[in-house]
Design a protein around this ligand. Sequence first.
Ligand code: B12
Ligand code: SF4
Length: 499
Amino acid sequence: MKVALAFPAPTPPFRNLEGGYGDSEKTLLPPPTGLSVIACALQETRDDIETTVIPPQIIEPSGAVRYRKIEEVTQDCKDADCVGISCRWDNQEAALLLADAVRQTNEKSRIVFGGPNMWSSTMAEMVLRNVPSVDIVVRQAGERALGEYLEGTSLFAIPNLTYRQQGIPHSNYAGAPDMNKLPLWDFRHVRDPRHLAPFDARNPAFHAPRDLDLTPSVESNRGCIKASHEGACPYCSSGRDSFKTLDAPRFFEELAHLYAQHGMKDFFVADNIFSVSPRRVEELRKMRVERRRDLPEDLRMRAYAYPTDFRGENGWRTAEHLQVMGVRELFIGQETFDAEIARSLKKEIPKVEEMVQTLVMLKRFGFAVKIALLLGLPGETKESLQKNVDGLQRLLDACSTPDPAEGGLKSVDISRVMPLVGTELYDLLLKNPQACKTYLDIVLKPLHEDVCPRYPLLFRLLLEHHTSVTVDDVTAAEKKMISAARKALDPTKVGGFGV
Ligand code: B12
Ligand code: SF4
């Protein structure tokens, strides 16, 4: 059986979102982890499965990188019995075009959607109501669900599956696999070795990347500990699955495997929060030290941390453990400097002075830090926008550094909050008849059936119905923040996304 797993490139309006990650039209993105993890798990279930992972880009013979065209991916999927397509909000439109193109060239191929934009049953069921070329949707983890689907298990018995029952979409219960029982994975199903060579430290032409943003992603846990304790943040589409961890020895065994297979030694830790607890980081640190022999000495990682992880003595210890483990860059979601808005996010967010102290401490340990801020959150006022402008300025004055090697604040993301399908913010708009009517009048499609919603319009509706600010107010604050950050930091490290 032939299986093709594709990560389509975003279509033009969503290309090169930069977001402080560089020009993704021309910069090589790391090979897709999610699809590679699935490919390795499938291989374990049956040896007659031949899986190919198709990344979003092509490397030309000249070495130039460009996004793969939909026709090219369709051609790559021509003989596949099953085509799995990984969806993110920015490549969703491309994923739909690809599904239709594959269906036209191969009537029999089974077409499966999955990926970060398919995590909610709202989205999965919407796809099955509106996109006839898609056979099933896998929500959240894909390894077990896709394997069982290909094995022919009854659809109603497969966790995470959304399928049609007499034409009506039906979503099964969601279940997260035990990460420790999944096989070790690698990128062997990415067939073109040129996608892997630039990450191979054994290669004489290897240049260690200055930033770790575009290094291969790995996981030590899944789900979100914050979401499971306090509830998901209202703008988050990925915090709702149950929390699972990979045992510390397995995590480093996986890294050692990727080093042995591909010479990889720089990693992007995908965990929503890596520093789950002081005990966990201590355990990981111990294991890193114990496994010293199989791992490269200069193993480096970039990880997400929770804003209050670094409080007091525990915080200082957490920082030390992370540093010994090889973490060099931290991404911290501050989101807002307004205490009232922070409360509504059910997220504990430090005041600006505490954050300054944290950044100073992290700089002493040599961490390069990226801070994310979100504009237009429910409850936003002109005053809260001003607090964000002032708070960012305070952080920049105290801790910015244009050279990540020095540690300190090296990068900021200033984004407009997006009511992604599957988030509480999207549901808020869906329940608002006035917002839905405006959407229908302008787009001529009901919001609840639009698989690729117009996010700029949803952002405006969110501001109109749930804040006291306008798009112009947000734009003005955003401009001030971007300009201040560009003055203080390497301008290419000032990013953000949004509409
Ligand atoms: C790493 C990462 C990046 C890296 C990618 C490079 C790299 N180093 O790999 C960088 C930093 C560049 C990046 C950028 C962006 N990212 Co990003 N990123 C992530 C992150 C942190 C980890 C992804 C990962 O590797 N996960 C681990 C693997 C194993 O999980 P997975 O890919 O989800 O796959 C599993 C399932 O989803 C499923 N699955 C996946 N595909 C398929 C396909 C099929 C057929 C099936 C059955 C199942 C399936 O099975 C897999 C195994 O269980 C996630 C958040 C997260 N923690 O997951 C955000 C995330 C994927 N990113 C997101 C976004 C939006 C972006 C941006 C588009 C930001 C923006 N501008 O809006 C940019 C795009 C920039 C660009 N031009 O490419 C969102 C997607 C939300 C959505 N609804 O679409 C996420 C979920 C973060 C969030 N909560 O907002 N990102
Ligand atoms: S945004 Fe981050 S902290 Fe909030 S629920 Fe999502 S993954 Fe968890």
